[in-house]
Design a protein around this ligand. Structure first.
Ligand code: C2E
Ligand code: MG
Ligand code: MG
Ligand code: MG
Length: 282
């Protein structure tokens, strides 16, 4: 009896992995075509300064306009792109597009907005990354100090030495760094302190119940205090309600980002939105 059960479990598991492998293979060749045919789009989510309600910058979030499937989420294709190495060329496209969009925001009169770009651990592990990213940024003519790279704790800890060197080289250009999804990974504070990081992004999972759950409230307060003691800015992700904004404001969080203000939207919509001052309504 037990043996049959184990046997069937094994088969079930095996079928799952085969299906996953097929899916990944299809996705991989689809992604190559997407890159060639320019099917990716950058969306932007405002970052709001909590004190003034002003939009001070944005996070660049990739989308895939798939010819038959519509808009595909990065949660589906970024892990596959990381696994097959396509994240490196996709990542260059992201930097290039974000720089181009920054110039067009500037031309529309919104000329002091910063753009934060997500970096995968695989990108910094590429030996050409620092040089190539530098060249893209320099050729685009944007002020590198208005660019920020978001890295997760996991990304940093997966290859600390190479990440450290890459971050140091890029920070010489004026690029700043933030720690994304803070609280969900394991990082050594000794390491964090040695890295050129200027902000912590409190993960959405803590923000979600910050008002409803006393423990999460305590954790978020502690994160904010910790960040400030290390002279880092704090950005809360996934802010969806006024209650959360008020809690974060009362506890001296610096910036907020989330559906309460706006989801990520196309560059054209972002421009319209800030023209109308739509995110300033705290
Ligand atoms: P992330 O960097 O932590 O980005 C935040 C995610 O939360 C985004 O999902 C954003 O749309 C979503 N979000 C923002 N506000 C709210 C909110 O109030 N409520 C909820 N429920 N969600 C909110 P998205 O755009 O699907 O991106 C998912 C992840 O994919 C990102 O997580 C990031 O790790 C990765 N990613 C996105 N774009 C890129 C990229 O250009 N390069 C790389 N390497 N990774 C990217
Ligand atoms: Mg991010
Ligand atoms: Mg800066
Ligand atoms: Mg995040």
């Amino acid at each position: 009896e037990a043996k049959t059960q184990r046997g069937s479990q094994y088969n079930f598991y095996n079928e799952e992995t085969n299906a996953d492998a097929m899916h990944r293979l299809n996705l991989e060749s689809d992604l190559r075509r997407a890159l060639r045919k320019n099917e990716f789009e950058m969306y932007y989510q405002p970052r709001v300064a909590i004190g003034t309600g002003a939009t001070v910058g944005m996070e660049a979030l990739i989308r895939w306009r798939h010819p038959t499937r519509g808009l595909v989420s990065p949660k589906e294709f970024i892990p596959v792109a990381e696994e097959c190495g396509l994240i490196v060329p996709i990542g260059y496209w992201v930097i290039q597009q974000a720089c181009e969009d920054m110039r067009s925001f500037d031309e529309s009169g919104h000329d002091s907005l910063d753009i934060a770009i997500n970096l995968s651990f695989k990108q910094l592990q590429d030996n050409m990354f620092v040089d190539t990213a530098t060249r893209i940024i320099e050729q685009s003519g944007v002020d590198a100090s208005r660019l920020e790279f978001e890295l997760t704790e996991t990304a940093i800890m997966s290859n600390y030495q190479q990440t450290y060197e890459g971050m140091m080289a890029l920070s010489k250009l004026g690029i700043t760094f933030s720690l994304d999804d803070f609280g969900t990974g394991f990082s050594s504070f000794a390491h964090i302190q040695r890295l050129p990081i200027s902000a912590l992004k409190v993960d959405r999972s803590f923000v979600r119940n910050v008002v409803k759950n006393n423990d999460d409230g305590i954790i978020v307060k502690a994160m904010i205090n910790l960040a400030h003691s290390l002279r880092l800015q704090v950005i809360a992700e996934g802010v969806e309600t006024l209650d959360q904004v008020q809690f974060l404001w009362q506890n001296h969080c610096d910036q907020v980002q989330g559906f309460y203000f706006s989801p990520a939207v196309s560059a054209a919509d972002f421009n319209l939105m800030i023209d109308q001052g739509a995110t300033a309504a705290i």
